[in-house]
Write a protein that binds this ligand. Structure first.
Ligand code: NAD
Ligand code: DAU
Length: 354
């Protein structure tokens, strides 16, 4: 990795990856291509370890002229592809941008890499960041997903990510493009847009608003602290086999309701209010097609590359909650943006009780 094109690097995981990579690798230069949709923010990119090795470009990954120009102007040898429409609930309300960015955008990047690296693929890598949701939904006693599980996506979001994964694999087999894919479970940590479960619960709790738990709250996700995800991605790019897929997960699989209770308990400790924050929990109507359980078998990345998560749920959540409590300006600025209240209204006010 020398000249790295990061897509979606103003979003949650992308921004964490940019911070992380500039800190741990003094050789890399990063070109960060991001459209700054509602989910992207330059406020996620302040206080970088080394500004001089980071160039931000506002633009669309579906813009092939722009992507081709960046590839040649900056002699890009590595693409780390995060850019996506990423929220399942939004994909239920309006799937079109998911198809455009997640499928057409990935295709545009693959074509740009194929052309730019046609003469020499040595030392090149196209790394695609994907999700466990492509594997569908598990029952409580099913074994966790391995890389060999069939793809059974069940939301427009996961279907669009599955389509992108298939394209990436096809470019390896057909054109020998040096690709790797990681399928990761639910991340949490600093800079996560407060439409996702963990930051939404923290934000609502701090404002004394209801904490909306979908359905019975007995769905299960496999939670991973974002820095552990960043470390895994770097390891896969440096040491992973071209053409290979690696599952990543945290091995933390509480019921949603228990996770929310844990967030409340930590907040009760570090920001006590009159009543416990748990009194704000409200069960609301379920998400349509709600996947019941995800869990990842991480044997391949652990055995082949030596990766393991450094944070357990307790330490990761504490660090995350402290970060949100310490960054009221970030929360204020993100949640006062145009469109945020309208989204809350659309997804929650009209939703009704369970
Ligand atoms: P996010 O929604 O926080 O950020 C997405 C970023 O992509 C934003 O900065 C946005 O402006 C940018 N973007 C969107 N459309 C674009 C376009 N057409 N051109 C350029 N930039 C565009 O998402 P995230 O949670 O950081 O997820 C990043 C990636 O990781 C996604 O591919 C997602 O599918 C995957 N993933 C996320 C999780 C998770 O728990 N958040 C878990 C596994 C995999
Ligand atoms: O599994 C990886 C995926 O995790 C990523 O690919 C997605 O980009 C990311 O958004 C995330 O998807 P989820 O749908 O699992 O995340 P979300 O935070 O939206 O929801 C987590 C769980 O919490 C899920 O079971 C739905 C539930 N939930 C969510 C919200 C926003 C609630 O009960 N209430 C809520 O208000």
């Amino acid at each position: 990795m020398k000249n790295v094109l990061v897509t979606g690097g103003a979003g949650f995981i992308g921004a964490n990856f940019v911070h992380y990579l500039l800190l741990v690798d003094a050789r890399v230069r990063i070109v960060n291509l991001d459209l700054l949709t509602y989910a992207g923010s330059l406020e996620n990119l302040t206080e970088l370890a080394d500004e001089s090795r980071h160039l931000f470009v506002e633009g669309d990954i579906t813009d092939s002229a722009l992507v081709n120009r960046l590839m040649s102007e900056h002699q890009i040898d590595t693409i780390v592809h995060f850019a996506a429409e990423s929220h399942v609930d939004r994909s239920i309300h309006g799937p079109a941008p998911f198809i455009q960015t997640n499928i057409v955008g990935t295709f545009t990047l693959l074509e740009a890499a194929r052309q730019a690296w046609a003469k020499d693929r040595g030392g090149k890598r196209f790394h695609h960041v994907s999700t466990d949701e492509v594997f569908g939904s598990l029952a409580e006693d099913d074994p966790p997903f391995s890389e060999a599980n069939p793809y059974v996506p069940r939301s427009p979001y996961s279907a669009s990510k599955a389509g992108a994964d298939h394209l990436v694999r096809a470019y390896f087999h057909t054109y020998q493009l040096p690709v790797t894919i990681t399928n990761c479970s639910n991340n949490y940590g600093p800079y996560q847009f407060p439409e996702k479960l963990v930051p939404l619960m923290i934000l609502n709790a701090l404002h004394g608003r209801p904490l909306p738990v979908y359905g019975d709250g007995r769905q299960i996700r496999d939670w991973l602290y974002v820095e552990d995800h960043c470390e895994a991605i770097r390891l896969v790019i440096e040491k992973g086999q071209p053409g290979e897929t690696y599952n990543i997960g945290g091995g933390n699989q509480p019921y949603n309701l228990d996770l929310v209770l844990e967030i409340c308990a930590i907040l009760d400790e570090i920001r006590p209010a009159e009543k416990s924050y748990a009194s704000l929990i409200t069960h609301v109507a379920d998400r349509p097609g709600h996947d019941r359980r995800y869990a990842m078998d991480v044997s391949r990345i652990r055995n082949d590359l030596g990766w393991f998560p450094r944070y357990d749920l307790e330490s990761g959540l504490r660090q995350t909650i402290q970060w949100y409590v310490d960054h009221p300006q970030w929360i204020e600025s993100i949640s006062s943006r145009e469109g945020f209240e309208a989204w809350m209204e659309k997804n929650y006010a009209a939703r009704g009780a369970r």
